[in-house]
Design a protein around this ligand. Structure first.
Ligand code: GLN
Length: 246
């Protein structure tokens, strides 16, 4: 078996080591003898979307998001919308997550029209939401506790067609108001979690990889367990600290 991963805008959207998510997916697949091919696709490069099983988009600040608008509208936005509807697997972090949505109105009133691949929109607030945080994914997204780090001024709101990725246990998540965190639409996993998400959350990583394998291979076997002692220690350490913060 093999999976093809596309890292979108790796040179522009890569806050807080978001690239670590790519390394983690690669290692966890190779640990099961599954071949992984990783391509990078940035400004000015055509996106050969049919080739890929997983698309990864990291986070970026308002400025970087604005810089990408022209490149997206030159064709990539449509390619991404099509891949989402074809139920390809996406993992999008913070600014990358916002970008898959409809629009982002920054706190100082600039409206960035994004690609509308998922029914979410984002409104900037003056006060940033920053800190370690924790949420539990919904049963449809693995029912697992995720620890991470958020840093955003955008407050994201989900339309009725889009489910949250999870519900907050500690911290702000989508908007600090409705207790939701991230988005799940078809096989898109959007989240505010940097930090880096997948190294500390191997259960979520395997859930995402399994989603992509099931899409590519009919009757794909469940992924075999790995030795996750180190990863789960890091996870437990964060979970314990965050449990005390409420
Ligand atoms: N960390 C990020 O990706 C930031 C995203 C967005 N620019 C915000 O501040 O809301």
């Amino acid at each position: 078996m093999e999976l093809n991963i596309c890292h979108l805008y790796p040179d522009i959207l890569n806050l807080y080591g978001d690239r670590g998510n790519i390394i983690t997916m690669k290692r966890r697949l190779e640990g099961r003898g599954i071949k992984v091919n990783i391509d990078e696709c940035s400004i000015g490069q055509p996106l050969n979307a049919d080739k890929y099983d997983i698309f990864f988009i990291g986070g970026g600040q308002d400025f970087e998001q604005e810089v990408l608008l022209r490149d997206l509208s030159s064709g990539k936005a449509q390619d991404i919308r099509t891949a989402v509807e074809e139920e390809k697997t996406f993992l999008a972090i913070c600014g990358g997550y916002q970008m898959l949505g409809e629009y982002y109105k920054t706190w100082d009133g600039v409206q960035l029209d994004f690609i509308g691949a998922i029914g979410v929109h984002t409104i900037g607030a003056k006060e940033r939401m920053i800190g370690n945080y924790m949420f539990r994914t919904t049963p449809e997204s693995g029912d697992t506790v995720v620890v991470g780090f958020e840093n955003h001024s955008g407050k994201t709101y989900l339309s009725e067609q889009v489910a949250p990725l999870g519900m907050m246990l500690s911290g702000n998540g989508n908007n600090g108001e409705d207790k939701t965190e991230g988005a799940r639409y078809k096989n898109v996993f959007g989240t505010y979690s940097h930090g880096s998400l997948l190294p500390k959350n191997p259960v979520l990583c395997d859930f995402i990889l399994q989603t992509a394998l099931n899409h590519r291979y009919d009757g794909a076997e469940p992924l075999a367990p790995l030795d996750d002692t180190l990863e789960l220690n890091a996870h437990r350490y964060m979970q314990e600290r965050l449990s005390h913060n409420g």
